[in-house]
Design a binder for this molecule. Structure first.
Ligand SMILES: Nc1nc2c(ncn2[C@@H]2O[C@H](COP(=O)(O)OP(=O)(O)OP(=O)(O)O)[C@@H](O)[C@H]2O)c(=O)[nH]1
Ligand SMILES: [Mg+2]
Length: 221
């Protein structure tokens, strides 16, 4: 068997398990977000800030994906939200089977929202369906305004994008409007939010409202 055939088989298997995950989520009325972005783009910091706000309305759990350490799960648990840590031991993305393995540890029927923080990487996670409802890309201003066009795959498949660290804009040579225009060129349907969690929240409140609307819409169906 050639390498291409093996990859195709693995991709087909991932899609099948992702579809099974999606069915489980649907029957439990559970909304799932797959959050992805480069290492250090601010994924866990964003979660630390929005989870207490979401927690006022929704029962939420988090799955953290990292090559190593429990660091991010420990950070999330400090907010009072259950967090399960997956260590990929070198793997640059989560796959549907890794998520399936965690689901038995959660009472899906007692949850409204599951947020999966994928392994820090702007490339690998973009092509692996986990069974999620929303694909959210996190991009910090310090990465440079051209990243959406240089790494388009994540944005092509995304529903939302969060531009983080806007408080650092005065210190970097980045035009956030150009960054937003690039995202729109790749995928005009992406809903974009701008946050700056170190120095005022910017659009974090709107992001929370948007997530709440999406969860309620799924629960109505
Ligand atoms: N100034 C500023 N710093 C931020 C902001 N958001 C995150 N940071 C900092 O950026 C660094 C990385 O943040 P994390 O939240 O750990 O990033 P991450 O995307 O979860 O990283 P990985 O899980 O390792 O991929 C930390 O030192 C944060 O304090 C922000 O809005 N403004
Ligand atoms: Mg993190």
């Amino acid at each position: 068997m050639t390498r291409l055939e093996i990859n195709q088989d693995l991709n087909a298997l991932n899609k099948q398990i992702a579809a099974e995950n999606r069915n489980k989520f649907k029957s439990s009325g559970l909304y799932v977000i797959n959050m992805m972005g480069s290492p250090g783009s601010g994924k866990t910091t964003l979660l630390e800030n929005i989870l207490p706000r979401l927690g006022a309305h929704l029962r939420t759990a988090v799955i953290e994906g990292d090559l190593a350490t429990q660091n991010d799960a420990l950070r999330i648990e400090k907010t009072g939200v259950t967090a399960l840590q997956i260590n990929t031991n070198g793997g640059c993305h989560l796959d549907a089977k890794m998520i399936e393995n965690q689901l038995q540890k959660l009472e899906l029927d007692s949850l409204d929202l599951l947020i999966i923080e994928n392994v820090g990487n702007l490339i690998c996670p973009a092509t692996y369906d986990l069974g999620e409802d929303m694909r959210m890309v996190i991009l910090s201003v310090t990465e440079g305004e051209d990243k959406p066009v240089k790494y388009p795959t994540a944005f092509l498949n995304a529903h939302t994008a969060v531009i983080t660290k806007a408080d650092l804009l005065p210190y970097v040579d980045v035009d956030v409007n150009v960054m937003k225009r690039y995202i729109a060129e790749i995928n005009p349907k992406v809903v974009v939010f701008e946050t700056a969690l170190k120095n005022g929240l910017y659009e974090a409140e709107q992001l929370v409202e948007y997530i709440l609307e999406q969860v309620r819409e799924k629960q109505r169906k």
